[in-house]
Design a binder for this molecule. Structure first.
Ligand SMILES: Nc1ncnc2c1ncn2[C@@H]1O[C@H](COP(=O)(O)OP(=O)(O)O)[C@@H](O)[C@H]1O
Ligand SMILES: [Mg+2]
Length: 276
């Protein structure tokens, strides 16, 4: 237990204490760029972080600081211009079933497939499961997100929150080494968003996966994460790394939670901040 409930800066001991196993993902001195015909846009500058098994690791920073680009690089969709990303000690060179992304958009489910087919299909293709095995596993994960009774529904009949729960079930059913989430709740109304954060934490307790989660919401970062990497505005550089495992949904409105929000806000937006 943390004696002082204010925000702690992560140190090596802090990292080891929050991790349930060894280092899974290593991002080292990563620069990411977009080259357009007219110019080069630098998305991140010299970013390094480690994710351990069982972490709920959050990348937090303002819009445009390169969070999505970083996540795409971890997913293997784009390559760093320098630095390296490795998973289980192997350099990431492209996409793989060991890293599955849940996006913000509600249209990530093919509309012509039922909920069950949406979850089962990647299991058949990538995991080579038989139809029966894939359906069984898909149903198992749909139960976990409370949507087993919607197995035969089509995506357009579901609310935004339900669609995101299907996307989460589909991702977890693949049993990735690390689940990547890019602002998955940002397009939801505030109440649904809170509910989804709560459900994600419950799922994490139950299924015990490793999460790399992107958000621009300080409150969401504190609630969802056990560790938070703060990125400066464009191009994203590491401002600080924090431990935040002491917070949960119940922390909203508490004074220590509000103090942490204010402190992170200051760290993100004040150039002259000295880290004490
Ligand atoms: N396809 C692209 N081509 C050129 N620039 C891009 C592209 N995608 C993103 N960028 C730029 O890279 C920077 C980081 O973008 P992004 O990773 O989407 O930030 P975030 O997810 O933190 O909002 C921004 O300045 C953005 O305008
Ligand atoms: Mg983004």
């Amino acid at each position: 237990m943390v004696a002082n409930p204010t925000l702690l800066f992560a140190d090596r001991d802090g990292q080891a204490a929050t991790a349930t196993s060894e280092r899974l993902l290593a991002v080292e001195n990563v620069n990411l760029e977009y080259r357009t015909r007219e110019r080069i846009v630098r998305a991140t500058h010299d970013v390094s972080f480690d994710v351990y098994g069982g972490d709920r690791f959050v990348l937090l920073g303002p819009s445009g600081c390169g969070k999505s680009t970083l996540l795409k690089a971890v997913a293997g969709f784009i390559q760093p211009t320098s630095g390296s990303i490795s998973l289980d000690g192997q350099i990431v060179r492209g996409p793989g079933a060991d890293r599955i992304v849940v996006f913000q958009e509600f249209d990530q489910l093919p509309p012509w497939k039922t909920v069950l087919q949406n979850v089962a299909f990647p299991l058949r293709v990538a995991k080579k499961l038989s139809r029966a095995e894939a359906n069984e596993r898909a149903l198992h994960y749909l139960e976990k997100v409370g949507l087993a009774s919607f197995a035969n529904a089509y995506p357009h009949t579901l609310s935004g929150g339900m669609k995101q729960r299907v996307a989460i079930a589909r991702a977890l059913a693949m049993q990735p080494r690390v689940l990547l989430m890019d602002e998955p709740f940002a397009a939801l109304d505030a109440l649904t968003r809170r509910k989804m954060q709560e459900e994600l934490l419950r799922l994490w307790e139950e299924v015990n996966f490793t999460l790399l989660f992107v958000t621009h919401s300080i409150e969401e970062a504190l609630v969802v994460g056990n560790r938070i990497l703060l990125l400066s505005p464009h191009p994203g550089r590491v401002r600080a790394e924090l431990n935040s495992h002491q917070y949960s949904q119940d922390s909203f409105g508490r004074s220590d939670f509000q103090r942490s929000v204010a402190r992170i806000h200051h760290l993100l937006f004040e150039q002259t901040e000295t880290v004490q």
